[in-house]
Design a protein around this ligand. Structure first.
Ligand code: THU
Length: 149
């Protein structure tokens, strides 16, 4: 039986309007669930110099870790383009794509999350989503346990 992530997805969708993406117009929001049930949201924040841009997923992870969180169970990710978001007043029925985390964000998640347990939720709406274990999205991965003690 698949877990119900509709509430987590709603929390991500509610933050999409905070995405700062004037250059790509690809607006992303993420909602990160801790093992004890708290949620930290993040959006992508772009920069005129392009390179300093940060993804929504990493914003959420860094917000949570900087508040002392270390254990996570899932992240929901949503994305919409600028025109689409404006046309539906930031409360879309269904977003145009299943947003999928970039490689850098997958590696950042890998630092704190058990790849066999952690769920990555790619959502077009609270009812329409796909769930992948982190291990599936980042196979044969490198993590903290590889470093020599
Ligand atoms: N972006 C994210 O926020 N998350 C992803 O996983 C993919 C890419 C952002 C970065 C940039 O602001 C925009 O989407 C286009 O790449």
């Amino acid at each position: 039986m698949m877990k119900d992530y509709s509430d987590l997805i709603r929390m991500a969708i509610d933050q999409l309007h905070n995405s700062y993406a004037p250059y790509s117009r690809y607006h992303v929001a993420a909602a990160l669930l801790t093992k004890d049930g708290r949620v930290y949201c993040g959006v992508n924040i772009e920069n005129a110099a392009y390179t300093p841009t940060i993804c929504a997923e990493r914003t959420a992870v860094f917000k949570a870790v900087s508040e002392g969180e270390r254990e996570f169970s899932a992240i929901a990710v949503v994305a919409g383009d600028g025109d689409f978001l404006e046309s539906c007043d930031f409360h879309p029925e269904a977003l145009p794509t299943y947003a999928t985390p970039c490689g850098t964000c997958r590696q950042v998640l890998r630092e704190f999350c058990d790849p066999k347990e952690f769920d990555v939720v790619l959502a077009r709406s609270p009812e329409d989503y796909k769930v992948y274990k982190l291990e599936k999205l980042l196979p044969v991965s490198f993590g903290p346990e590889f470093l020599f003690k």
